[in-house]
Design a protein around this ligand. Structure first.
Ligand code: ZN
Length: 463
């Protein structure tokens, strides 16, 4: 819809990013018109301590005054604050694609358990100024948030409060991920959420959007390019070298995200006779029924059933802690994929404690690592990481295979931006570290002649 033709004064519409400046976590964007508030994404801050502490600060607006939340995809940095929002009074619909609701069900319940466990741990150790330490939210809050989900298919218009109209298009990235195209008060605003890669073997390409008045664009890899090497080949080399040393390959990855891409490449290597006969473990309590999830949403990814069934069958799934401990104790060469993806919590910590000190082993970093996380320290080659209060030496080899990332690199972000037949009047560059956001802003200016801005937290724009 074009804007600016009507002689009548248009209703006020404002945009602001709530929260912190220049971080890829804690995504929350607010649109407001005539007393109606729509929040786009509702993420948790992750990484360095002063960012995580922001999760405890009251939101800039009263949660009960928000009329709806639209969610681009299920990753924690886009959905992880939803249970807290509900705990603090939000009662509106949470709008997403069907697959996003299914993945969020796994992620939010797991996140609540981690929050509960962290609080318990602090109380046991009495390592807190707060008595007793409380979780940011608990399983009941997560359950209540999940009840508020309302889903819509890709490519169909849906109504939102205040007579806004939305539509999801495929963003690639992870199962269910969408861009949001929202028309409200005669303006068209597009949110990228996180954009995926082109020609990914599991996810479909990000779909272009034909037009927007305003674009809110992510910039995770705004200043970087992924290597073009074949990920399967790169994996094979790392695995071969590790097995030759008699070591174990440890891969931090989320159990229903990159883990499937990893399994796909391992399956390809196995089919080509390129994989040594070593066990593969997918060690996660998150019921790991990724095979079921892929089967439930066959149109949302590229894999035919015979492939995902085969590749999912290659791994041994460990759901209980005892089995997980056996993997940690065993010294035979193997591949261990375990969450969390940035080693901020979960079972991967036990594996890192066991395998990081031994130089025969390899830790593979596959995705974006937020500053302040153990994953970032390991990727940067730091000699020690702190786990459960203990400094663990990292003598294991570290392989950075960023080509396995689920995120578009800088050129792919611009490739997607080329899809606009009508240029946006203004672009807000968000969801990136300062350097990445600013590099993308300058490229949009130079290569597209688009007016791009990196908004400050809570800076309000009249659209
Ligand atoms: Zn994401």
């Amino acid at each position: 819809m074009s804007s600016g033709d009507s002689p009548a004064r248009k209703a006020e519409l404002t945009f602001r990013s709530l929260g912190a400046a220049s971080t890829v976590t804690g995504s929350k964007h607010l649109l407001e018109s005539d007393g109606t508030r729509i929040l786009l994404d509702c993420g948790l801050f992750q990484g360095v301590k002063n960012l995580r502490e922001l999760n405890w600060a009251p939101l800039a607006v009263d949660p009960s005054s928000i009329d709806a939340v639209v969610v681009t995809h299920a990753h924690l940095d886009h959905t992880g604050y939803l249970p807290r929002l509900v705990r603090d009074g939000f009662r509106g619909p949470i709008v997403s694609t069907e697959a996003t609701a299914a993945v969020a069900d796994i992620i939010l319940r797991d996140s609540a358990k981690l929050q509960e466990r962290d609080a318990e741990f602090l109380n046991e150790r009495k390592a807190t100024k707060h008595h007793p330490a409380l979780p940011l939210y608990d399983s009941d809050d997560a359950g209540r948030a999940l009840e508020l989900f309302v889903t819509h298919p890709f490519g169909h218009e849906f109504r939102l409060p205040g007579d806004a109209v939305g539509m999801f298009r495929r963003a690639g990235h992870i199962l269910g991920a969408a861009t949001v195209d929202l028309t409200w008060q005669g303006r068209r605003i597009v949110f990228t959420g996180d954009l995926g890669r082109y020609d990914d073997p599991v996810m479909l390409d990000p779909e272009p959007v034909p037009a927007a008045d305003y674009l809110v664009m992510e910039s995770t890899y705004g200043d970087r390019l992924h290597e073009h090497a074949d990920p399967a080949e790169a994996l094979a080399q790392v695995i071969d070298a590790t097995v030759d040393r008699g070591g174990t390959v440890v891969i931090p990855a989320f159990a229903v995200g990159r883990a499937q891409a990893l399994l796909y490449y391992l399956w390809r290597l196995h089919s080509a006779g390129r994989l040594p006969g070593i066990p593969i473990y997918l060690d996660s309590p998150m019921a790991i029924n990724a095979s079921d999830l892929l089967g439930a949403f066959p149109r949302d990814h590229r894999l035919p059933p015979e492939v995902y069934e085969d590749m999912c069958a290659m791994a041994t799934y460990t759901r209980d802690t005892e089995e997980s401990k056996k993997i940690t104790a065993s010294r035979e060469p193997k591949i261990v994929i375990s969450a969390s993806g940035m080693a901020t919590g979960g079972r991967i910590l036990h594996h890192l404690k066991a395998f990081a000190p031994d130089s025969r082993n390899t830790i593979i970093v596959t995705g974006y690592q937020v500053p302040g996380t153990r994953g970032r320290s390991i990727a940067a080659g730091e000699p020690y990481v702190k786990i459960h209060g203990e400094w663990i030496p990292v003598n294991a080899h570290v392989a950075n295979l960023q080509m396995l990332s689920a995120h578009a690199d800088a050129d792919e972000l611009l490739r997607w931006a080329h899809g606009f037949a009508i240029a946006p009047k203004r672009v807000f560059v968000v969801h990136g570290e300062p350097q990445a956001a600013d590099t993308l802003r300058r490229r949009l200016d130079r290569e597209f002649d688009w007016q791009a801005t990196v908004p400050r937290p809570n800076q309000q724009f009249s659209l």
